[in-house]
Structures are given as C-alpha cells and as structure tokens.
Design a protein around this ligand. Structure first.
Ligand code: NAP
Length: 194
C-alpha cells in the first residue's frame, strides 16, 4: 500500500488533491500541517493527521517514516522549507518527492518578465533540482475552479504554454505521479490548460 505524506495539507491545492487521492486510489495519506485543528479527518481508515511545521526538522523526519512519497504543497519561506525537506528525506532514506512551484520560475512564460515575487519558488526549485532525490517539480499556471481535467505538460527548457489550469487538473497529475513509479522523475514540468 502506497503511503503519501502531504506537507502543507491545509492548502487549497492540497485539500483538493486529498479528495482526489481518496476518490481515485487506495493510497494511505498523512496530512502534515500547522494548527491541525483546522482540518477534519476525511477518512479515519486511510488518513492520519499530524500537526507540525516543515521547519521543525525532527518532527518532519519522524512524520516521513514508513512513507513512500512526499508531496510538498507549501508557500512562504520555500527555500528553507526545501532544504529541510531534502535533509529529512536523506535522514529517513525517502527518495520520491513531488514539489509544487509556480509557472515563470525560469522566465519561461512568453511575454512575461521574471518577477521577484517568484524568488522563493525559483530558489526552492533550485535546491530540489540540486538534490539526489527522485523529484518532480510542478510549475502550474493560475488555478481555476473549473471542474474539468484537461492539461498539458511542458518540460524545463521549453516555453510555457497557456496561462490557467484547473485545480482538478493539477490534482490529477499529482495523483498519477504519486502512484506511477518512475513517471517524470527528475523533471520540472509546466502544467497548463491547452
Ligand atoms: N493560486 C494559483 O493560481 C497558483 C498558481 C501556481 C502556483 N501556486 C502555488 O502553489 C502552491 C500551492 O497552492 P495552494 O493554493 O495550495 O497554496 P496555499 O493555500 O497558500 O497553501 C500553502 C500551504 O503551505 C503551508 N505552509 C507554509 N509554511 C509552512 C510551514 N513552515 N510548515 C507547514 N506548512 C506550511 C500553509 O500553511 P498555513 O495554513 O499554516 O499557513 C498553507 O496551508 C503555493 O505555493 C501557491 O502559491 C498557486
């Protein structure tokens, strides 16, 4: 049974992806978040909730034990968070990481200048890409509430296509990555609606 640890589990995308994991797969989930009383356990049999900060390295490493996949859905001090995640994965011997970033971190969006607001996204992706982990960095476009699942991916080095992407599309890709060993390993993918 695959066990997935979701970091920043109270995030909008993380909550949507939790729902898709429970609906479409039989994986077990650990939801790691600050102030855990904000989140109701959606399935007592398959979901464990752990209160913690990603910057608490000991707690983070403990939460990773016996898991197969880490899915990081974070914001804020992302470079530091990425460093803590890589260190904790080394401590626990975990390899597979799905890390949510943003479109634009390589200046890859045609017609858009790189903006400094993306620095934490770019710097954290650089930490992940320099690691020896089996990572997939996702660079989604702007999230929409559109129910449809329709997306294309672009590789690092290619221009980003489109602008928006539905939360359901990004969740679909995350679930596929977490449950398909080897899929898009050591890649950084743009994700957008064609
Ligand atoms: N909205 C868009 O259109 C769009 C497009 C592309 C990329 N993105 C990015 O994709 C990522 C995921 O999106 P989202 O909508 O799920 O973001 P979100 O709702 O802002 O969720 C981010 C989560 O990270 C958690 N977090 C921050 N620092 C933490 C720490 N030290 N320890 C534990 N948790 C921590 C926050 O927890 P607290 O609730 O405790 O603060 C929050 O729940 C974000 O970085 C977002 O900026 C967004």
């Amino acid at each position: 049974m695959t066990k997935v640890l979701i970091l920043g589990a109270n995030g909008g995308l993380a909550q949507n992806t939790t729902r898709v994991f429970l609906r479409d797969t039989d994986v077990e989930l650990t939801l790691y978040l600050r102030r855990a009383n904000r989140l109701k356990n959606p399935d007592q049999r398959r979901v464990t909730i752990v209160e913690g900060d990603v910057l608490d390295r000991e707690k983070l490493a403990r939460a990773m034990e016996a898991h197969d996949v880490v899915y990081a859905n974070l914001a804020g001090a992302m470079k530091q968070q990425a460093e803590h995640i890589v260190a904790a994965m080394h401590t626990t011997g975990l390899k597979r990481l799905i890390f949510i970033s943003s479109m634009g971190i390589y200046g890859e969006v045609p017609g858009e200048q790189y903006k400094s607001v993306l620095d934490p996204y770019r710097d954290s992706a650089a930490v992940i890409e320099a690691s020896d982990l089996d990572y997939t960095v996702l660079r989604p476009g702007w999230f929409t509430q559109d129910q449809e699942v329709r997306y294309e991916v672009t590789q690092k080095g290619e221009p980003f296509r489109g602008h928006d992407v539905s939360l359901n599309s990004v969740s679909d890709l995350i679930v596929k990555l977490a449950t398909s060993p080897g899929l898009h390993v050591r890649r950084s993918l743009g994700v957008s609606q064609p």
